[in-house]
Design a protein around this ligand. Structure first.
Ligand code: WTA
Length: 651
């Protein structure tokens, strides 16, 4: 099966969108060409006109792009707006009763929230935040399950000009504390718990632990009651329902500069310390809007479901903001895809009439493994467009998605982008072009992407190189919170500030389609989640018994990458039953330090790590060992060649 698909790929077979899809698409081939032409001939005019058309400005901007402080680019700098106004208030007259959010909890409870209701909820909570002392520019950490209140909290922050920083509910207390402290947050918004995987995830407990371990900037913790599990309310805690009690359902939005920070979102990089990616209000909103229109082709009547958690950028641009900014209807589902059984995603699609479905390749692969009988049980006939994000999708999974879920009727949009880019950068415009399994296709209009060599020169067709973006775009990150130097070095250092370096390698084929090959830095992609090898290494060496650790990725057929750790213990090298016990302990330890997603799949113990003469860990060698490949590299420079056998488990 997989071989056939590989050869399909080699033929570079194209999948044309169906005629009826094209007929009602917002953007057809001619429109797309016109957009590209306009962006090429008048770059600023292109983005400026879109910003005027798509956003309601409280005070219009006069300057589109300020490049006087590059690489700190500013967009629409003298304009004033509020993103929550754009997502809610401006729809009330026409869409007040339309569902904004259709929610389904993991236990099966459902809620339909209209635009009018969502607006009222957001206003009440925004007023409540102000009453609790939150002001414009303050940082608020949101640590919530995937429930509508997470979106309410984000929108409420935006409404009053506070900067939110959502921390994924799967992260541990330690990871939460680090992010709270880096952001200097004043408040944490959380819930008693969340339903996931048939269990209650005790979020409030993790917050208590984070605070016990030191979060000096935190003044208040707001707790939403979701599961009714026991929580201890402490001196800084206040219930969500008490915060909103008596608050008005109207709240004048704070009009902010387009450059006002909207949010921070922490993501992994090459060092042990996550980066607080900072986004600005106006530019971010614009790309969130246009990509929902161009790539998701969202129309009135569509029911959009993006399965991402709000803890990731996808849950920001394609749950909390984008779909609402264009007046769409979206599904939010709290739980995992396999509770109570492997049909859950497809049942949610059927029950809520989902028309556009957006998920990660890892989920597709996991569900594919569980067989076709699950999706076949449900009516998926309303689906008209499918999407993927987070990692390259292997052609086998693409074909399964295409045939079993999309019934060969739905185009697949494979969207390449990053926390840093804010919105889709390279992705199909589905009614305007054919797709190829495994390719994210071509850069969107106004996104000037290229594949270059180390010197910054474009490489030829089908040659691998560095993926760069050559012109600023509105939803680009503005800096790394508290570490502008790292921002300059990481993204703009390599090509003298000229190009944005994405950190991915890619090739472009003879049709100009992009194929993402993987990260060029020490970032792993586990189930579509970015994890720095250094983060996992730092967590491991924080264990009292660990002296040194090196972490690499190994291909995994569901998760994309599995984590393999090479560990040097203080004292004796553990073997046999001791090694088994130590392995279990370290997996649990990493889970506590970062979160369950960072648990190493495999841990090997040795007396030493293989290093070059200059003391650098030989990661390439470790990768080969992790994959069980034969070692062809020169190991003669190693202090102790025996180490390789130990790491291979042969000695
Ligand atoms: C990878 C997620 C191939 C890539 C939105 C990128 C992808 C990193 C794709 C960003 C895709 C994301 N095809 N690779 N369609 N989408 N990636 O910040 O390596 O969590 O740099 O943002 O995921 O991950 P992040």
């Amino acid at each position: 099966m997989s071989e056939n698909i590989e050869s399909v790929l080699n033929e570079t077979r194209l999948f044309e969108p169906a005629e009826d899809f094209v007929a009602r698409a917002r953007i057809k081939a001619v429109d797309l060409e016109a957009l590209h032409r306009k962006a090429e001939s008048d770059y600023e005019g292109f983005w400026g006109d879109l910003a005027r058309e798509e956003i309601d400005w409280h005070k219009p901007f006069t300057k589109t792009l300020d490049d006087s402080r590059a690489p700190h680019f500013g967009w629409f700098t003298d304009g004033l707006l509020n993103i929550s106004w754009n997502c809610l208030d401006r729809h009330l007259a026409q869409r007040g009763d339309q569902a904004a959010i259709i929610f389904e909890g993991e236990p099966g409870d459902t809620r339909r929230i209209s635009y009018r209701e969502l607006h009222a909820e957001v206003c009440r909570f925004a007023n409540g935040l102000k009453a609790q002392g939150v002001q414009k520019g303050d940082r608020v950490v949101i640590y919530m399950p995937m429930i509508p209140e997470a979106v309410v909290a984000m929108q409420a922050c935006a409404r009053i000009g506070a900067i939110h920083s959502v921390v994924f509910g799967g992260f541990s207390a330690e990871a939460l504390r680090d992010r709270v402290n880096d952001a200097g947050a004043k408040m944490i918004v959380t819930s008693d718990g969340g339903h996931r995987g048939g269990k209650v995830v005790e979020l409030k407990q993790a917050v208590d632990k984070a605070i016990d371990h030191g979060c000096p900037s935190i003044e208040k913790v707001v707790v939403f009651k979701r599961c009714g599990n026991d929580v201890v309310m402490r001196k800084e805690d206040v219930w969500w329902h008490d915060v909103i009690a008596g608050q008005a359902d109207q709240c004048d939005p704070e009009w902010v500069d387009a450059e006002h920070p909207l949010f921070l979102l922490y993501t992994s990089g090459s060092t042990g310390k996550p980066k607080g990616i900072q986004h600005a209000t106006g530019g971010y909103l614009l790309n969130a809007i246009v990509t929902n229109k161009w790539v998701f082709d969202m129309h009135d009547g569509d029911v959009f479901w993006c399965t991402a958690d709000v803890g990731w950028i996808t849950g920001h641009s394609y749950v909390a903001y984008g779909p609402l900014a264009i007046g769409g209807t979206e599904v939010i589902y709290e739980g995992t895809p396999t509770v109570p059984d492997a049909g859950r995603f497809w049942k949610v699609c059927q029950d809520h009439g989902v028309t556009i479905f957006y998920t990660a390749p890892t989920a597709i692969r996991a569900l594919m493994k569980l067989g076709e009988t699950w999706p076949e049980k449900y009516d998926l006939s309303k689906l008209r467009l499918l999407g993927t994000v987070g990692e390259p999708i292997n052609p086998e999974a693409w074909m399964w998605y295409h045939t079993v879920i999309g019934k060969e009727r739905c185009p697949i949009v494979d969207t390449w982008w990053q926390t840093e880019t804010g919105a889709h950068m390279i992705a199909p415009v589905p009614g305007a072009m054919p797709t190829k399994p495994g390719s994210c296709t071509r850069p969107l209009p106004g996104i000037i992407a290229d594949v270059v060599n180390e010197e910054g020169h474009p490489v030829g067709a089908n040659q691998g190189g560095l993926l760069v973006i050559k012109k600023p775009w509105p939803s680009m990150l503005r800096t790394i919170w508290g570490d502008d130097d790292r921002f300059r070095k990481t993204y703009w250092g390599q090509f003298g500030g000229k190009y944005y370096l994405a950190g991915d390698s890619a090739r472009r084929d003879e049709d100009g389609y992009f194929w993402i090959m993987g990260r060029i830095d020490d970032v792993l992609n586990v189930s579509g989640h970015r994890l720095g090898t250094m983060e996992v290494e730092s967590a491991l060496v924080a264990h009292p018994r660990v002296a040194e650790a090196a972490v690499v990725g190994r291909p995994h057929d569901v998760k994309g990458e599995a984590i393999v750790a090479f560990v040097i213990c203080k004292g004796e090298r553990p073997t046999g039953a001791t090694a088994e016990a130590m392995l279990k302990e370290l997996r649990e330890w990493v889970s506590q330090e970062i979160g369950p997603i960072a648990k190493p799949d495999d841990i090997r113990f040795a007396d030493n790590l293989p290093k070059t003469r200059s003391g650098k860990i030989m990661r390439r060698l470790l990768r080969s060992i992790a994959r069980g490949e034969e070692i062809t590299q020169d190991t003669s420079t190693l202090e102790n060649e025996q180490v390789v056998l130990q790491l291979q488990g042969k000695a």
